[in-house]
Design a protein around this ligand. Structure first.
Ligand code: PMP
Length: 432
């Protein structure tokens, strides 16, 4: 057994002063058993915890650390910015520069507003879509997660499903009534909802590649079908690219699949590890945002100079190094191919989904194309597998319903260590 005493002690203490001992539910090990590990530092492909354990990191802060931990170019940008004050509450040059860069990278974005998290981005985007269309309802998909805004905690994925609260208490009936849900990849279901709510749907929001029920890919024609429906019905199509933005391509999933939404939400990589989100889209829609227009949205620390410096360094690098995406795809495909071989060798049949540097193994023999099929996974088996991987120094997301994220710091050698650990963990999980 790897050491865990210090983490265990801290977790005991944490529970007295922090609800559940963590500042975000996905960090708890509730679904997999045991206590969370408290990290001290991380560099490149590795994280180090309070007990001196070293882990190969496959969550990468849930996405942002696409270049691995503490890349020098981002650290330097932050160091350089610090002496100039941590915040002004006035406009700065950096905000103009990062906005111009985002507009040049993301196909759907003509104007962009910076916020402090993915949650703020999605909450603001639907407010703007409602203001723009003068309609109240939104359609989201079962198992997609768009942050913890009230409107989205209906059939939500990620920690909400991991902890069994996809419909959170505290969300009013009125809000819940304005959120319509459809199964992912089911165009007919969306059409039926739109027909039943003619002229009332402001926006359709989705993860263009879903990462919050484990990784689920859009079926051929699904994204384009939504695009066509939205065009026909005057509905604002919003791609939530908080996970996929700057990860699947420099222009996100919309670039990869060639479908351009009306609005996009961003987070994670855009801040290089600092708390940043953004929403943007067509000029005619974004001009509804205050002070250009009547839809109010604001933030004391929005466009924070330190965060903008980190984000600018990260995005500039990705923009200038498209080979990053080829490398990430190759590393991830190597890992997935190794896992497929392992499954054959172990005589097991499980489903692995992958797009670029995102992937999930589902402990089910069925194809996983939506929330219902994701839920056929054996989560008890996943829990044993997770702990067997942890014992071998591999840090996975502590839930079946999350995607894993590969960074450029994962070399082919590290990828092979992962594959070897995967084989042993699959066998161990089955022996229990
Ligand atoms: N949208 C998506 C697709 C996400 O994956 C997340 C977070 N994992 C969010 C929104 C919310 O972002 P944040 O946690 O920064 O509020």
């Amino acid at each position: 057994m790897i050491k865990a005493q210090t983490s265990n002690d801290l977790f005991q203490r944490a529970q007295n002063s922090i609800p559940g001992g963590v500042n975000s539910p996905v960090r708890a090990f509730k679904a997999v058993g045991g206590n969370p590990r408290f990290m001290v530092s991380a560099k490149g492909a590795y994280m180090y915890d309070e007990d001196g354990n070293k882990f190969i990191d496959l969550i990468n802060s849930w996405g942002p650390m696409i270049l691995g931990h503490a890349p020098e170019l981002v650290e330097k940008a932050v160091r350089d910015a610090i002496p100039n004050s941590l915040s002004f509450g006035t406009p700065t040059r950096k905000e103009v520069e990062i906005a111009e860069l985002i507009v040049s990278m993301v196909p759907s974005i003509e104007k962009v507003r910076m916020v402090n998290s993915g949650t703020e981005a999605t909450m603001s985007a639907i407010r703007v879509a409602r203001g723009f269309t003068g309609r109240d309802k939104i359609i989201k998909f079962e198992g997609c997660y768009h942050g913890h805004g009230d409107s989205f905690l209906i059939s939500a994925g990620s920690g909400a499903i991991t902890l069994g609260v996809p419909d959170s208490p505290g969300v009013t009936k009125g809000t819940a009534n304005d959120t319509l849900t459809a199964p992912y990849n089911n165009l007919q279901a969306v059409q039926t909802l739109v027909d039943a709510n003619k002229g009332q749907v402001a926006a359709i929001i989705l993860e263009p590649v879903a990462g919050n029920m484990g990784l689920v890919t859009p079926a051929a024609g699904f994204l384009q079908g939504l695009r066509d429906l939205c065009d026909k019905e005057g509905i604002v199509l919003i791609f939530d690219e908080v996970m996929t933005g700057f990860r699947l391509a420099k222009g996100g999933a919309q670039e990869l699949y060639g479908v351009t939404p009306d609005m996009s939400t961003l987070g994670k990589i855009i801040g290089g590890g600092m708390p940043v989100g953004a929403y943007g889209g067509k000029t005619e829609i974004m001009n509804y945002v205050a002070p250009a227009g009547p839809v109010y949205q604001a933030g004391t620390l929005s466009g924070n100079p330190i965060a903008m410096s980190a984000g600018m360094a990260m995005l500039t690098y990705l923009n200038e190094h498209p080979e990053v995406y080829t490398q990430l795809e190759q590393t991830t495909s190597r890992m997935v191919a190794g896992m497929q071989q392992n499954l054959q060798q172990a005589g097991q049949q499980y489903t692995i989904n992958q797009v670029g540097s995102m992937f999930s193994i589902f402990f089910t023999d069925q194809p996983v194309t939506d929330f219902d099929s994701a839920k056929t996974s054996d989560t008890t088996l996943f829990g044993r597998y997770f702990n067997a991987m942890l014992e071998r120094g591999i840090y996975l997301a502590p839930s079946q319903y999350e995607s894993l994220f590969v960074s450029t710091a994962i070399t082919p050698e590290v990828a092979d260590q992962y594959v070897q650990a995967n084989l042993e963990a699959l066998q161990e999980a089955h022996q229990a």
